[in-house]
Design a protein around this ligand. Structure first.
Ligand SMILES: [Zn+2]
Length: 300
């Protein structure tokens, strides 16, 4: 597990009974963030703690995981936002006595989707004494959370999954092995990976990069022509943002293609030429020209 250190820290806090009232779990690793938020919430409900830690097996623990515990409320976006009406409604529920006589917990998913009024409603709640209440916020991006909220919660930053881990996860989801490996270098999460693997424009780009890369490996002069007949027209037909993204993806896929080659000398040379071309494009050299001269260098 990539973020074992955070889980260890959380467990230590639970054991010492020093849990805060509110936590923010931030990062692009939904799976491990979910494990951590389950642990936090279970810790206030578990009936059969083992060595001070939630057992993970009792009916309370099971109901937390299957999201049917009556004292665990879940708030998530309704459309593009977490609406203030939904925040208010859930906070009213939070202020009621718990169903089972202990804690009440609130989990907010995609907390970055709270707008200003939603955030302010939540802030008011955090400013009051919380008693037997636990709040857990999950977010991909802490930058979208009010600083006044951040100052009242304990935060943990989660690192994204390793690329190998991500590729394996995608394979388990049925993505073909080579494609999963290429996708894993472009995304941080399984959800993003699955979506990208299915995107037609991406598949098309990838096939063109692979065709070009294979010609370069064979030192076949058609690799040069391939730039102006295949890669460049495909990417240049796109508009602003999309075009910029496709150019970035070209360089990342090209790098990844050569990283898969066993010959270290070819790899080293290719990586430095690709980096050079990328820098030139960043300095406004026409994409096609930068790729053509890179390809000539690679063919020599
Ligand atoms: Zn338990």
């Amino acid at each position: 597990m990539k973020n074992q250190i955070i889980l260890d820290q959380i467990e230590k806090t639970i054991k010492k009974k020093r849990l805060m009232h509110a936590y923010l779990l931030e990062g692009k690793n939904k799976i491990e963030m979910k494990i951590a938020s389950n642990r936090l919430i279970q810790s206030v409900f578990c009936q059969e703690k083992v060595d001070g830690l939630p057992c993970g097996r009792c009916s309370s623990c099971m109901r937390v995981i299957s999201r049917i515990h009556p004292d665990v409320l879940i708030l998530k976006p309704n459309g593009a936002n977490i609406r203030v009406d939904d925040v208010r409604a859930v906070l009213i529920e939070m202020s009621k006595t718990s169903m089972e006589g202990g804690y009440k917990a609130l989990l907010i998913e995609e907390a970055e989707k709270m707008n200003a009024s939603s955030s302010n409603a939540l802030l008011k709640f955090l400013e009051e004494p919380l008693g037997k209440k636990l709040l857990v916020l999950e977010t991909e991006n802490k930058g979208h959370i009010l600083p006044t909220i951040l100052s009242r919660v304990g935060s943990f930053h989660f690192l994204p999954m390793d690329k190998d881990e991500l590729a394996n996860g995608l394979k388990k989801e049925g993505v073909q092995s080579d494609l999963a490996s290429d996708v894993s270098v472009l995304v941080d999460t399984l959800e993003e990976g699955k979506a990208l693997a299915e995107e037609e424009g991406f598949q098309e780009l990838r096939e063109r990069v692979l065709a070009w890369g294979n010609l370069v490996l064979k030192k076949d002069g058609r690799a040069f022509i391939n730039v102006s007949t295949s890669i460049s027209p495909f990417i240049d037909s796109m508009k602003n943002e999309e075009k910029k993204q496709a150019q970035d993806r070209f360089f990342i896929l090209a790098r990844h293609f050569f990283e898969g080659q066993p010959n270290r000398q070819i790899l080293g040379n290719a990586l430095s030429k690709i980096e050079e071309a990328k820098v030139r494009v960043g300095r406004n050299v026409v994409f096609r020209y930068a790729l053509e001269s890179m390809t000539l260098d690679l063919l020599n």
